[in-house]
Ligand binder design. Structure first.
Ligand code: TPP
Ligand code: MG
Length: 718
C-alpha cells in the first residue's frame, strides 16, 4: 500500500449497516481522504513502506536493537495489533467473524517484545491466543490474520480452523491447538531437532498464568532442561485465567521462581514495556548461545477487557480495571516511541492514520474474499504417501521381538534423521527388550531415554518431525498412551489437516492382556485410537506383519500407531520374506480359506480363531484387518459376500473395540449376501482382572469361538 486508496467495496452494506458505524465510517473516510495521495514512506522517513514490512523489516538476533531502532519497529506493530483487536471485535458483533474473538488489548508489549529477536523460518515458535502482535511481528500479514478470523477462502487454514488456531508451519510458526500447555513441547522438540540437524535455532513458546498449572508446562520445561534445549518459555501473567484470579491458580511468589526447580534461569519482567521484554529475551538468547538451556521469563501484563468478546469481566474489581487501564501498554509505547525516535504529535497522528487506513484496506479486501467452498477445500487428514523402495529382508524362524528389533535397526541404519525414544529404551533396551542393543549400535543421541512424560514426549516428537527428524516413540505400555490423548489424537492427528504439513511419526504400543498384568498394563486401545482422524493404525500378528508394520509406519508421512500384542512378542516363531515393496503392505491378511464363515480376528485373537478352526471341522476364513482403516477392508468384504456369515473376535470389551464398527460396515457393504446376523465376540466391559484364572475367564477363547461358529453355520436368514 504505497498509496492509500479507497475502494468502492469499503461502503459495502454488510460491513457498515448501522448508524453508529456510519459515523465511524465517515470519520475513517475523512482521515483516509486526507491521507489518500500520501505515500507512507513520506510520513516518517525511516518507517517501512508497507504494512507487512512494519512487522518484518528489522534486524533480528544476534543483533540487539537500540531503543530508537526498537521503538520504530515495535510501536507500529503494537498500534496495528490494538486496532485489529478493536476491529475484530466490531466485525464479530456484526456477524462477520464467527466463533469468538479473544481480546488481546493489554498484551501487545509482551507479544511484540518477545517476538522481535526471533527469525521467521529458522526459529521454531509456538504462540498462544493473545499473541496476535507476535504473529504479525513474525511475518504474518494483517490480511492473512483477518482472513483467518473471517474463515474465508484466503484464510491460512482455508477456513478449516478459526481465530487463534493458525500459524505458518512451513516457516516454523506452529499453529496452536487449544489445549493449554500442548504447544510447549512442540517448540522444544522442534528446536532440539533443528539443532541436531545443524541449525543454529532458538525456540520461543508461550503460556499464561493459568496454563502454567498444566502438567504439560512441567513436562515441557523439564524435557527442555534435561535435553539442554535453548527455548525461551514466556509466561504471560495477566492476573487472570478467564475469570480465575491468580490467587486460585498458584501459591508461589513469582512464576519465574519455578525455574529453580528445573535448574534453569528465570526472570520476571514488566510485560507492559516492550523494550524490557525484548531485552530480557535477547539476554536469554545470549545466555543460551553460550550454554544451551531453556530460560523462563514471566511477563507481568494486564488484560484490559474480558477473556473474549462474550465476557465483560464483571468479576474484575473496578479499581483493578481502572489501574490496568492507566497502564495501557500501547499508551506507554506511544510515549516511548515519541521520546526515543524524536517523533512529534503531527507525525504520530499521520503515522497512526496511515496505519489505520492500511489496516482498513486489508479488512475491505478480506471482506470481499469468497467463502470457502466445501468442494474445493481439501479435507484430507493424511499427507499423500509416496513410499521409497527399501531393502528386501528375509529371516527364518524369528519371533516378533526379533522382528521389531531388526526393523528398528534397519530403520536407524538407513535413516540418519530417525531416532527412537521412550522410557528405558536405551541401556535397558526397553522392558520387552525390543530395543535391545540399539544404543550400542547407534548411540544415546539416537536411542533416547525420556523422562516419564508421555504427553510431553509426543509433543516433543511432533515438533521434531517439523524440523527434519523422524521420531519413533515407544510407549512403555499401550495403557500409558492415554496420558497423551490430546497430543497424539488432537495435535499430531490433526496436524496435516490444520497445518498442511506432514507429521511423520511412528508410535509403538505394547498392548493386550493374557500376561497377568491387571487393569493398567493390559489394555489394547485400538478402539480409542481409531476415533481420532489423522492417525494410521496397524495391528500386526506374525513376525512378517510386524516387520512390515514398522516399516510402513516409519516410511509413511503421517502419524502411525503400531499395536504390538505382548502375548505375541514371544509367540510362535515365523519367517519374514519382505521384498522391499511398501506399496503392497497395506492390506488385510488371510491365514486360512473356507466357504462357510468369515472370521475377523484382532491381535492375539487370531491365534484363538486359528485354534478354533484347526482340524478342518469348519470351513472358515480367518482374517486380520492389519491396517485398521475401512478403505483397506475390501478383500474381507469379498470374503463375507462369499461365505454369507461374519464372526468378529476382539479382546477389547464389546463397546471399546473395533468390532461394532467393523460389523456395521460389513452390514452396509454386504447386507444382501448375509445369511444371518453377524456375531461379535469380545471381552466383558470390565477392567482386565489380574489373577490368572480371572483373566483367562475374561478373555475370549477358542471354545467360545467354536460355539459361535456352530451357531452361525446352523442359522439361515429367512
Ligand atoms: C487444557 C485446557 N483447559 C481449559 C481450556 C479453556 N481455556 C481457554 S483459555 C483459558 C484461560 C487461560 O488463562 P491463562 O493461561 O492465564 O491465559 P490468558 O487467557 O489469561 O492469556 C481456559 C481455561 C483450554 N484451552 N485448555
Ligand atoms: Mg492469564
Amino acid at each position: 500500500m504505497g498509496k492509500v486508496k479507497i475502494f468502492k467495496s469499503h461502503f459495502k452494506k454488510q460491513y457498515y449497516p448501522s448508524t453508529t458505524t456510519k459515523i465511524i465510517l465517515y470519520c475513517t473516510i475523512r482521515s483516509t481522504i486526507i491521507m489518500e495521495a500520501m505515500p507512507i514512506s513520506t510520513v516518517i522517513k525511516s518507517l517501512p513502506r508497507d504494512l507487512d514490512a512494519v512487522f518484518t523489516g528489522f534486524p533480528r538476533f544476534p543483533k540487539r536493537l537500540g531503543k530508537e531502532e526498537f521503538w520504530r519497529a515495535a510501536y507500529p506493530a503494537m498500534y496495528v495489533s490494538r486496532q485489529m483487536d478493536i476491529r475484530m471485535k466490531e466485525l464479530f458483533r456484526r456477524g462477520l467473524v464467527k466463533g469468538t474473538v479473544i481480546l488481546i488489548s493489554g498484551n501487545e508489549a509482551s507479544s511484540v517484545g518477545m517476538a522481535m529477536p526471533f527469525r521467521p523460518g529458522k526459529d521454531p515458535v509456538a504462540l498462544l491466543h493473545r499473541n496476535l502482535a507476535a504473529h504479525l511481528t513474525l511475518g504474518c500479514s494483517p490480511y492473512s490474520a483477518i482472513c483467518q478470523y473471517m474463515a474465508n477462502a484466503d484464510s491460512p487454514t482455508h477456513g478449516k480452523e478459526g481465530n487463534v488456531h493458525f500459524g505458518d508451519a512451513a516457516n516454523l510458526r506452529f499453529p496452536m491447538l487449544s489445549h493449554l500447555g500442548g504447544m510447549l513441547a512442540v517448540a522444544v522438540g522442534g528446536t532440539w531437532s533443528a539443532r541436531r540437524n545443524g541449525q543454529d535455532a532458538f525456540g520461543l513458546t508461550v503460556i499464561g498464568d493459568g496454563g502454567s498449572s498444566t502438567g504439560q508446562f512441567h513436562e515441557s520445561l523439564n524435557m527442555a532442561s534435561v535435553h539442554r534445549v535453548p527455548v525461551v518459555f514466556i509466561v504471560e501473567n495477566n492476573g487472570y485465567a478467564f475469570s480465575t484470579p491468580v490467587k486460585d491458580q498458584y501459591n508461589c511468589k513469582k512464576l519465574s521462581d519455578r525455574a529453580i526447580g528445573y535448574g534453569i534461569t528465570g526472570k520476571t519482567v514488566n510485560g507492559l514495556d516492550a523494550f524490557e521484554v525484548y531485552t530480557a529475551v535477547v539476554d536469554a538468547m545470549e545466555l543460551m548461545a553460550g550454554d544451551p538451556q531453556p530460560v523462563l521469563i514471566e511477563t507481568m501484563t494486564v488484560r484490559l477487557e474480558g477473556h473474549a468478546v462474550y465476557d465483560n469481566a464483571e468479576y474484575v474489581p473496578a479499581d483493578v480495571k481502572a489501574a490496568n487501564l492507566a497502564k495501557d501498554p500501547v499508551n506507554l509505547a506511544r510515549a516511548a516511541f515519541m521520546n526515543n525516535c524524536g517523533v512529534g504529535d503531527d507525525e504520530l497522528t499521520s503515522l497512526e492514520t496511515t496505519l489505520l487506513a492500511g489496516l482498513d484496506e486489508e479488512i475491505r479486501k478480506a471482506l470481499n474474499v469468497a467463502r470457502p467452498s466445501a468442494a474445493s477445500v481439501s479435507m484430507d487428514v493424511f499427507a499423500p504417501a509416496k513410499y521409497p523402495s527399501i531393502k528386501p529382508y528375509s529371516a527364518q524362524n524369528v519371533r516378533n521381538t526379533n522382528a521389531i528389533n531388526t526393523a528398528l535397526e534397519h530403520i536407524l541404519a538407513e535413516n540418519p534423521d530417525a531416532f527412537v525414544c521412550g522410557q528405558d529404551v536405551g541401556l535397558y533396551g526397553s522392558p520387552f527388550k525390543t530395543c535391545k542393543g540399539l544404543i550400542d549400535k547407534f548411540g544415546a543421541d539416537r536411542v533416547i531415554d525420556t523422562p516419564i512424560c508421555e504427553a510431553g514426549t509426543v509433543g516433543f516428537c511432533l515438533g521434531a518431525s517439523q524440523t527434519g527428524s523422524r521420531p519413533i516413540v515407544e510407549f512403555q505400555f499401550a495403557d500409558f498412551s492415554t496420558e497423551a490423548v490430546s497430543q497424539l489424537g488432537l495435535n499430531a492427528g490433526t496436524w496435516f489437516f490444520r497445518a498442511d504439513r506432514p507429521a511423520p511419526l511412528l508410535f509403538r504400543l505394547p498392548c493386550g492382556a493374557g500376561v497377568t498384568l491387571g487393569a493398567f498394563h493390559s489394555g489394547e486401545f485400538e478402539g480409542l485410537w481409531s476415533r481420532f482422524p489423522g492417525l494410521k493404525l496397524f495391528y500386526p500378528v506374525t513376525p512378517q506383519e510386524t516387520y512390515e508394520a514398522l516399516m510402513i509406519g516409519f516410511y509413511d508421512p503421517n502419524p502411525c500407531v503400531v499395536f504390538e500384542h505382548k502375548l505375541l512378542y514371544w509367540g510362535k516363531p515365523g519367517d519374514i520374506e519382505f521384498d522391499g515393496d511398501l506399496e503392497k503392505v497395506c492390506r488385510p491378511r488371510k491365514y486360512v480359506s473356507g466357504d462357510a464363515v468369515t472370521i475377523v480376528a484382532i491381535g492375539a485373537m487370531v491365534e484363538q480363531a486359528l485354534n478354533a478352526v484347526d482340524g478342518k471341522k469348519y470351513s472358515a476364513e480367518v482374517w486380520n484387518p492389519f491396517i485398521l482403516d475401512k478403505s483397506s477392508f475390501g478383500p474381507i468384504f469379498e470374503s463375507i459376500r462369499k461365505t454369507g456369515r461374519l464372526l468378529v473376535v476382539q479382546e477389547s470389551g464389546e463397546t471399546a473395540g473395533l468390532g461394532d464398527h467393523f460389523i456395521s460396515l460389513a452390514v452396509m457393504e454386504c447386507f444382501d449376501r448375509l445369511k444371518c446376523a453377524p456375531v461379535l465376540i469380545g471381552a466383558p466391559d470390565t477392567p482386565v482382572p489380574f489373577a490368572r484364572e480371572l483373566e483367562a475367564a475374561f478373555l475370549p477363547d477358542s471354545d467360545r469361538i467354536r460355539r459361535a461358529i456352530e451357531k452361525l453355520t446352523g442359522e439361515e436368514k429367512q
